[in-house]
Design a protein around this ligand. Structure first.
Ligand code: SF4
Ligand code: ZN
Ligand code: ZN
Length: 330
């Protein structure tokens, strides 16, 4: 893992003495499957408690993609939420990415079944009339940039209509560090303010994000899925860019971590501690999109602008109506 299955993996678990499957240099721990799972769950519980997300009666929409991070996030979150009386509901977005979407949907539904939570599938084609690659072609924009706009809108719109307190995402500690470093390099310091383990909801406009894996490293999410038998798809999206800058930052951080174990944990913890300080860099008021009524940075939201360009009509309001129908069971 920053850490991982190393030669030392043949050694004994630091807790119970059983054969270890992972060595975590930053924590000076060797762990067997059971204690590795417990270790990850403890980190998730700590973060969820710190932000106050584990409350009886709270409702969390969990974004599941079928990948290892969101499947691990869902498994640990559902387990801890059940103990606390918090409801978790899985949502899978079918983006229309061909066979990859079919396979990731299967994995996401299997992860929801294994976690014992309901799963709602939202198809972009059914809700909007076009798949993500079709929207990208019509608007001549990169697929990933269109995909980001569509995912953000649909998850938020569904969570608002569902009356959720949070949308839980599968971002892990390595992701958070990479986003923060990337934002620092471009001096987009206002964005860093959004990189805490939970972000604030804005009543009626936006549901806050929750990041249960805030202190769990990427290799740990993989090992957790493997040792707990959590289903996930071992495949990358075919549209993923060759070498995204975030990936290079992660590799750089892993090299640092190897030389100085504990660097990554220190970074993510200090990021959380200092997050308030970055609010001063956030520009602009929070606005309401005149077309769909959800959050916007000013004028129409990105989703309504995108769909207006592709279909000559902003689709946000229609999509919200369809989601309300789905939730009523029409
Ligand atoms: Fe969407 Fe791009 Fe991610 Fe694929 S790689 S899921 S197209 S953002
Ligand atoms: Zn053990
Ligand atoms: Zn809108």
């Amino acid at each position: 893992m920053s850490s991982s299955s190393s030669p030392r993996a043949a050694a004994r678990c630091s807790v119970c003495g059983a054969p270890a499957v992972a060595y975590l240099p930053y924590a000076r721990l060797r762990l067997c499957p059971r204690h590795l799972a417990e270790y990850v769950e403890r980190k998730v519980r700590r973060v969820l408690r710190r932000v106050g997300a584990l409350r009886p009666g709270a409702r969390i929409v969990a974004a599941v993609s079928g990948g290892k991070d969101s499947s691990t996030m869902l498994a640990a979150l559902a387990k801890l939420a059940r103990e606390a009386g918090t409801t978790v509901h899985g949502v899978y977005l079918d983006l229309g990415l061909g066979e990859y979407s079919a396979r990731s949907r299967e994995a996401a539904e299997a992860a929801c079944r294994a976690a014992g939570v309901e799963c709602t599938v939202l198809s972009v084609k059914e809700l909007v009339g076009l798949t993500v690659p079709e929207l990208a072609r019509r608007t001549r924009r990169p697929v990933c940039s269109v995909c980001g706009v569509v995912k953000r809108f649909l998850l938020n719109a569904y969570a608002v209509e569902y009356g959720a307190d949070y949308v839980a995402m599968g971002h892990n500690a390595d992701d958070m560090i990479a986003y923060a470093v990337k934002s620092f390099l471009s001096q987009d310091l206002g964005y860093i303010a959004k990189l805490g383990p939970a972000t604030e909801s804005v009543k009626g406009l936006a549901v806050g994000r929750l990041r249960p894996l805030y202190e769990v490293f990427e290799r740990e999410t993989l090992l957790y899925a493997l040792v707990t038998g959590t289903p996930f798809l071992h495949e990358e999206c075919p549209y993923r860019p060759e070498a995204p800058i975030e990936q290079e930052i992660k590799e750089m951080m892993n090299r640092l971590e190897e030389k100085h174990p504990g660097t990554k944990m220190m970074t993510v913890r200090r990021l959380e501690r200092n997050i308030e300080a970055y609010h001063v860099f956030q520009r602009g008021e929070v606005g309401r999109c005149p077309a769909c009524g959800l959050i916007s940075a000013g004028g129409m939201c990105s989703f309504c602008r995108l769909t207006a360009r592709a279909l000559s009509e902003p689709m946000g309001s229609r999509v919200r109506e369809k989601l309300r129908g789905m939730l009523r069971g029409d």
